[in-house]
Design a protein. Structure first.
Length: 659
């Protein structure tokens, strides 16, 4: 018998590296094959690997799980109703071998597999494998069964169980044992084959503890049934049931659904994909800008509610469901996070802003393809909150993109329904029914459409590049889809600034300070006004600095006369009236005393200024100013707003006793 360790040891270095890459894509290649074999055989690893299998691979795995000791190729073929040399069977077994789930024995006659029976238990109405039930059988009884089956007889429990299971996994051995059984034993076993695979008869069970021969004892001694002395029930193991169930044939669908591709214009698909990518980047930039300007409040239970989604919808000019998608993508791409109970840009956002448009979009695509969330399916959940519909979303999305990009050049799917059927074929453990498949296909298609990965139910050049995972190819397509950031704008006499392409981060920051943004998308527009220019002056710019910055930002370095007049006129008036923050007023009828206080070095932290000979102002509030004056040796008194003395009452704290 070729064990998993034997199989791994016989693989070429390249093939072993491929297998390791599938199971630990971010980990080092295996150096200890025994440890790697143990890793592949764990319950968690088998579950994860089965989740990634296509429908025919999963169907074969279910049949292989019925015989824990392996199965002959001809018996496997018969169990799924195809010839032993069927091409579909060959292709599917190769896929299972690539994942390390199954492998051929040296002679190619037997197919061995991982302990699939530990995960796929009792499929097709059969009882579990003999492996689990034999664990409870005494060693003496195991020796008797092994002897009757022609398996090695020893004292080691594990060896006995392995030999018995291997014998029962051989259909020829099971048929021979059944043929040799007495008629009443065959009747008893056949009754279990066609119904519930468990037998309980108190009288026959009691006889098992004696030497008396009964139909049940013959079946138990020869391995056709397995008796658990503690449980008191005899079980027909799946290894026996699959052989004796007349006409048993498991479903096997090796061919994927036909996508019925229709002809589409590649040029049109790419043109619309590029337009969608530009719109997507503009929308994401606007959303992140808004989160930075006014962080989005979350609900008490977390997540962004419908009210805020509707507000953002109006701002961004897109559907409410699309806003949900952009928020989740921004969150799982690391561009936004929680600041208290509000959603605001993260520190990574500042790094993202420094990238060119292609780099920014590549960041978003990386986040999207691995995004373990399905925001367009979880419409009844607050945005940014986890939902049960998010489970397996990344795997299904990646499968969807692979299906889409598998279409021939110049071809698109006939409709979304066929894509849904293909999803069920590609990920049957995650997408298990037609309604779920259609909903998933619609949701992931909308995501692909929004990001320019697909158009007209066909893949764009960006989608085809993305599925290859080649950074250079992706960057090349993005450079064609997204023009380079612009460092200048057209300044117009109507006090507007227009960028015909995506503006650079530096230009955007300057214009957002000195002007008000009016539109995004194909062209970005800002409008200068008295309020916006004053905002630049308030931030520390002078008229000369602002005009110099405008000339640098203007195409041909030309600043229209109306804009120059607006800047210079406002500069003359800016600051004529000033507002200073004060904490409180200090006044006295004695100017000499106030002059002394004003010059006292120990009171510098009050930031005192003289408004009049008898009036000072402090930057600190009244209580702190009073305390500082008293500490300096003065005897100030508090005053109410109406000029009366403010009385200071002694506060007595009391503990609240619990009843």
């Amino acid at each position: 018998m070729k064990t998993l360790l034997d199989y791994l040891d016989g693989l070429s270095p390249g093939r072993l590296a491929d297998l390791a890459e599938l199971h630990r894509p971010d980990g080092p290649p295996p150096t200890d094959l025994r440890r790697f074999a143990a890793e592949l055989s764990t319950y968690e690893s088998i579950v994860w690997t089965l989740t990634l299998q296509t429908l025919p691979a999963l169907q074969l795995a279910e049949v292989l799980a019925l015989r824990a000791g392996g199965t002959r190729r001809r018996d496997l073929a018969a169990a799924v109703g195809v010839p032993a040399d069927d091409p579909g069977l060959d292709k599917t077994l190769t896929a299972l071998e690539e994942w390390g789930l199954a492998w051929p024995d040296d002679d190619g006659d037997w197919i061995r597999c991982l302990p699939l029976h530990s995960v796929i238990d009792g499929g097709f109405g059969f009882a579990p494998s003999a492996v689990a039930a034999l664990e409870f059988v005494p060693v003496g009884q195991l020796q008797r069964i092994a002897y009757e089956l022609g398996a090695p007889v020893g004292r080691n429990r594990a060896g006995l169980i392995g030999g018995i299971v291997a014998a029962l996994s051989d259909a020829d051995v099971v048929r021979a044992q059944f043929a040799a059984a007495p008629d009443d034993t065959r009747d008893l076993v056949l009754d279990l084959v066609g119904a519930e695979p468990y037998f309980y008869d108190p009288r026959q069970m009691a006889a098992l503890r004696t030497a008396r021969r009964t139909p049940l004892s013959w079946a138990v001694d020869h391995g056709l049934l397995i008796w658990n002395p503690d449980g008191g029930v005899a079980m027909l193991p799946s290894e026996v049931g699959v052989v004796l169930r007349d006409g048993f044939c498991a479903p096997f669908d090796p061919e994927p659904p036909h996508l019925a591709p229709v002809e589409v214009s590649t040029e049109l698909v790419d043109r619309e994909g590029a337009a969608a990518a530009r719109a997507a980047l503009a929308t994401m930039t606007a959303l992140l800008d808004e989160c930075g300007r006014e962080p989005v409040p979350t609900l008490k239970n977390g997540g962004v509610g419908v009210r805020e989604l509707r507000r953002l919808r109006k701002l961004l000019g897109c559907d409410e469901t699309d806003v949900r998608f952009w928020l989740v993508l921004a969150g799982l791409s690391g561009l936004i996070g929680l600041a208290g109970n509000r959603v605001a840009p993260s520190e990574e956002y500042d790094n993202w802003l420094k990238l060119d448009p292609a780099g920014q979009y590549g960041w978003l695509l990386d986040g999207w393809i691995d995004m373990d969330a399905a925001p367009l399916l979880a419409l009844d959940t607050a945005a940014l909150l986890r939902s049960r519909r998010d489970e397996g979303a990344a795997l299904v999305r990646q499968s969807f993109v692979t299906l889409l990009t598998g279409l021939p050049e110049g071809r698109g799917a006939a409709n979304v329904d066929v894509l849904g059927g293909s999803l069920m074929f590609a990920r049957p453990l995650i997408v298990s029914d037609p309604e779920q498949a259609l909903a998933g296909a619609l949701a992931f298609w909308r995501e692909a459409e929004l990001l320019g990965v697909g158009a007209h139910l066909a893949p764009t050049a960006l989608g085809r590049a993305l599925v290859t995972g080649d950074p250079e190819r992706i960057a090349d397509v993005l450079s064609r889809f997204l023009p380079a950031a612009q460092s200048t704008v057209i300044l117009q006499s109507d006090l507007t600034a227009v960028a015909t392409g995506p503006p650079s981060a530096r230009l955007t920051a300057f214009l957002d300070l000195a002007a008000d943004r009016e539109s995004r998308g194909g062209a970005h527009t800002w409008r200068f006004s008295e309020a916006s220019v004053r905002r630049a002056f308030d931030a520390g710019s002078s008229a000369d600095e602002l005009l110099a910055a405008l000339r640098e930002a203007a195409s041909a370095s030309r600043v229209p006369q109306p804009l120059e007049y607006l800047v210079t006129d406002l500069a003359r008036r800016h600051g004529n009236v000033r507002v200073r923050p004060v904490g409180c007023v200090v006044h006295s009828d004695d100017p000499t005393l106030l002059e002394e206080i004003l010059r006292g070095k120990s009171l510098a932290r009050l930031g005192l200024s003289a408004l009049a000979p008898t009036v000072l102002v402090s930057v600190l509030p009244p209580a702190e100013t009073l305390a500082a004056l008293r500490a300096a040796g003065y005897a100030p008194a508090g005053e109410n707003a109406d000029g009366t003395f403010a009385l200071e009452r002694v506060v007595r704290h009391r503990a609240v006793l619990e009843e």
